[in-house]
Design a protein around this ligand. Structure first.
Ligand code: ING
Length: 321
């Protein structure tokens, strides 16, 4: 019996700094309602989907910073989303800023099943940007200031008939993320992102933002024979352009569905979970093909260690012939 999980990337357009949580949730419920009409049973909202992407601003006052964080989940504002999920039988991924009881700050996502129950939590491991104000930038990217690196690793969860994994934004650029879950048999990796359409750290042609978005998601899906659902917060948000391009990639690495706009948009596809099997049993049968004895650098070494200076002489194979 084929295992079809009709799913969606639930892309959001800009969220203004003064937009309420209730307003963002109402927009997400509208997308969920549209999903229900299209037989969607699982949907992925963006990273930090309850507020504007606040790491674009330097804020001295942590009281102000913490206005963008949630102290519990669900809060009263988010509860309606859980209630609709249970009423309509639609599970979801939600990204938000988490403030724990013991005062830790994480860029977090949760996996909620089609009964409205929280199945899993992930905290963003790869934090891009910087931790101090950098005057030369047109806007800041202070994720290293406002968040701690995630402390939960890359778990997977069985839910809604599939093996799910989660990631957030910059994580999608790191192959270690996908493989950590590929080694647990993951079938669907969900991730949300807020990606400025201009690199403020170095001169880079703008079109590369969208090219890299597809490249890394397609590669991760193919190399781990899984689906990847990647959902943008898109559009001009508080004066800063965020790329759209939400997409669903299948285990072949091909894109099966892609966003058309920079606004609130549902990108729907039938995920046939049995399409993950061929790759896992043949070309990416990790047990048959991986040679872990040669991979030590990947977990043993953080940065680059260059070889000794100077070109090697090389073996002389010509003279004396
Ligand atoms: N945003 C961006 C991302 O990784 C970024 C930051 C963009 C880093 C481009 C490097 C290059 O998509 C988040 N929120 O991680």
């Amino acid at each position: 019996m084929t295992r079809i999980l009709t799913s969606a990337a639930a892309q959001l357009g800009p969220i203004a700094r003064n937009e309420t949580r209730a307003s963002a949730v109402a927009r997400m419920i509208d997308l969920m309602k549209r999903g229900k009409e299209r037989g969607v049973r699982y949907m992925v909202f963006p990273e930090l989907a309850l507020t504007t992407f606040f790491p674009r601003w330097y804020m001295e006052d942590w009281k102000e910073v913490e206005t963008f964080f949630e102290k519990q989940m669900p809060t009263k504002d988010v509860l309606p989303l859980f209630e609709k999920a249970a009423e309509w039988g639609i599970g979801f991924y939600l990204g938000y800023a988490e403030l724990t009881e013991d005062g830790h700050h994480y860029n977090t996502s949760i996996l909620v099943n089609d009964k409205g129950r929280i199945v899993g939590k992930y905290r963003k491991v790869h934090l891009p940007g910087h931790s101090e104000y950098e005057a030369q930038r047109p806007w800041q990217h202070l994720e290293k200031r406002y968040f701690e690196p995630g402390d939960l690793g890359y778990p997977v969860w069985r839910s809604m008939g599939a093996i799910h994994g989660m990631a957030i934004c910059n994580d999608r650029r790191w192959p270690e993320m996908y493989r950590s879950m590929g080694l647990q048999g993951v079938e669907i990796i969900s991730l949300g992102y807020n990606t400025p359409d201009e690199n403020t750290a170095a001169a880079e042609p703008k079109h590369l933002r969208n090219f890299h978005n597809d490249l890394v998601v397609q590669s991760g899906a193919y190399q781990n024979s899984c689906y990847v659902i990647a959902t943008a917060k898109a559009g001009i948000e508080e004066g800063v352009g965020l790329i759209g391009g939400s997409l669903i990639a299948q285990p072949s690495g091909e894109i099966v569905a892609k966003a058309q706009t920079l606004g609130d948009e549902l990108v729907v596809a039938d995920l046939d979970l049995d399409l993950t099997v061929m790759g896992k049993q043949t070309i990416f049968n990790f047990a048959n093909h991986r040679r872990v004895e040669h991979y030590a650098r990947i977990t043993g070494q953080t940065g680059v260690e260059l070889p000794p200076e100077g070109d090697l002489e090389g073996e002389d194979v010509l003279s004396g012939k």
